[in-house]
Design a protein around this ligand. Structure first.
Ligand code: HEC
Length: 126
């Protein structure tokens, strides 16, 4: 029988390894200006609520996770921005466009951030 300890070690380390990445990616989103418009989770909504400025990371993950080639598409949109002609969240966000972010984030960092965003858990249904 193969020794089980490498597996046990990997399972024990998984949450510990995920936490620093969460902190690192949250920091990257803040430093790159993304957090000015995007939140990690949608705010609880009431009848008088305004629309959120931009889709929350967990909403983006819920919509696109598992779609083929979607990370590349999202990275390109982050770098180049989204205009009125290629919106995806009409009536769901207050802001109608995303400015290009090529000045604030590199393609490499945007790729790491998008991969992390796509792994965000969707909030539990209310
Ligand atoms: C000035 C506000 C603003 C900033 C800053 C901003 N975004 Fe956005 N972002 C938006 C809005 C608004 C949308 C929704 C546009 C639409 O309807 O498609 C959006 C959409 C997105 C989407 C989803 C695109 C799609 O195809 O559905 C991703 C991913 C994203 N932003 C990531 C980022 C990242 C990463 C950064 C930081 C580098 C960033 N955004 C900075 C406003 C912003």
């Amino acid at each position: 029988m193969k020794p089980l300890w490498p597996l046990c070690l990997a399972l024990a380390a998984a949450p510990v390894l995920a936490a620093p990445q969460d902190a690192q990616m949250t920091r990257l989103a803040q430093d790159s200006g993304c957090a000015l418009c995007h939140a990690a989770r949608p705010e609880p909504r009431g009848v008088d609520s305004l629309l959120p400025s931009a889709p929350a990371w967990s909403d983006i993950a819920a919509r696109y996770r598992g779609q083929k080639g979607v990370a590349d598409k999202l990275v390109a949109e982050v770098i180049n921005g989204i205009g009125p002609e290629n919106r995806h969240w009409e009536y769901k966000t207050d802001l109608a466009l995303m400015p290009e972010n090529r000045v604030t984030i590199s393609k490499k960092d945007a790729t790491a951030l998008i991969r992390w965003i796509l792994r965000q858990d969707a909030p539990a249904p209310r």
